[in-house]
Design a protein around this ligand. Structure first.
Ligand SMILES: Nc1ncnc2c1ncn2[C@@H]1O[C@H](COP(=O)(O)OP(=O)(O)OP(=O)(O)O)[C@@H](O)[C@H]1O
Ligand SMILES: [Mg+2]
Length: 315
């Protein structure tokens, strides 16, 4: 079994009459990039705060890196990094001084502080401006500095609340590379709140979708497509001289909803990937040479819009 970085059960938190997070139960595996999606006010930031022990739940439980955020918040936060929505930086200090202050706060050993500060400034493209006062930074530079701060103490689990908001496209791309790097090469877990569905599709192993405090779906984009009954398209690479025969055979199969020719061969649409082995068996029995079967990426944007519309309709 894979280790779990996060496990919650019925986590609930209200503010007055607003149920910000309602009966939240889900898990995040160690090393995965988990995308947390949802409209404004859906409960994403509240969840991040609950999982870091800076906000207490009304009821429910969670375990984060083996800690209980309610009773072991300090120990937990030494091993998590957080980029908040509105990071507070001391504008009167330089970037180096800001980071040095936080390195001490996070318990980075004194002998390593200088080296860690220099390393994160380099990683986030601020090495040359590290000695400048943060008050003179552009919005994007402040965002990069806040990211640098979240990575300062080499946390095992990193919460990023809208990490690319305010960044130019090149800087956003660099942050994406960074997220991939810390996840794939360093095995760190990333919990990513984002409104950017293209970003989520590119980066996330699994996503959860929040609607008004409720988690309405969780899984890989393919699993979500299946859950909502969306069609999945596959490309079949077929021997060129057998394209026509294959197309006719596929058209006759009831499990295949649609067959088209495309650049790479034939593109078919099915409701469930479980029908793929049967479809292949039929093609092989008909002596059609199939060289490759590739699932086409499902659009997270389509899935998200469908889930959102359903949730709105049921309100
Ligand atoms: N400290 C607070 N006091 C009062 N209400 C709060 C507080 N924090 C959150 N809420 C309310 O809880 C709900 C969820 O807010 P939250 O910030 O978690 O949403 P979000 O999904 O992060 O939204 P966004 O995408 O806009 O950042 C909202 O209705 C919000 O007004
Ligand atoms: Mg938020």
């Amino acid at each position: 079994m894979t280790d779990q970085a996060i496990c919650t059960q019925n986590l609930t938190r209200s503010f007055g009459s607003v149920q910000a997070v309602n009966g939240l139960s889900f898990t995040v595996d160690v090393g995965e990039v988990f995308g947390f999606l949802g409209h404004n006010g859906a409960g994403k930031t509240t969840t991040v705060r609950l999982l870091n022990g800076v906000l207490m739940p009304d009821s429910g439980e969670s375990t984060v890196l083996g800690y209980d955020p309610v009773t072991e918040g300090t120990a937990l936060r030494a091993r998590t990094g957080v980029l908040t929505e509105t990071p507070s930086l001391d504008e009167r200090l330089t970037a180096v001084d800001n980071l040095t202050f936080y390195a001490d706060l996070y318990g980075v050993p004194a002998t390593q502080v200088r080296q860690r500060v220099a390393a994160v400034l380099e990683t986030f493209g601020l090495a040359e401006r590290g000695g400048d006062k943060v008050g003179g930074y552009s919005k994007g530079m402040k965002q990069r500095l806040a990211l640098a701060r979240a990575f300062l103490h080499e946390p095992e689990l990193i919460f990023l609340d809208e990490p690319t908001s305010g960044l130019d496209p090149v800087a956003a791309q660099e942050v994406h590379e960074m997220i991939r790097h810390v996840s794939r090469d360093e095995g760190r877990t990333v919990f990513l709140c984002t409104h950017n569905l293209v970003e989520a599709q590119r980066l996330c192993d699994r996503v959860g979708v929040m609607e008004h405090g409720h988690l309405v779906a969780v899984g890989t984009p393919h699993e979500l497509a299946h859950q909502i009954g969306a069609k999945i398209r596959y490309t079949l690479e077929i021997a060129p001289d057998q394209l026509k025969a294959a197309q006719e055979a596929l058209t006759r199969m009831t499990a295949v909803d649609d067959v088209r020719e495309d650049d790479d061969g034939l593109s078919i649409s099915v409701s469930d990937r479980e029908v793929i082995p049967t479809i292949l068996a039929h093609l092989i029995a008909a002596q059609i040479r199939v060289y490759a079967v590739t699932p086409q990426q499902v659009s997270l944007e389509d899935i998200y819009m469908t889930l959102h519309k359903r949730a709105e309709d049921s309100r």
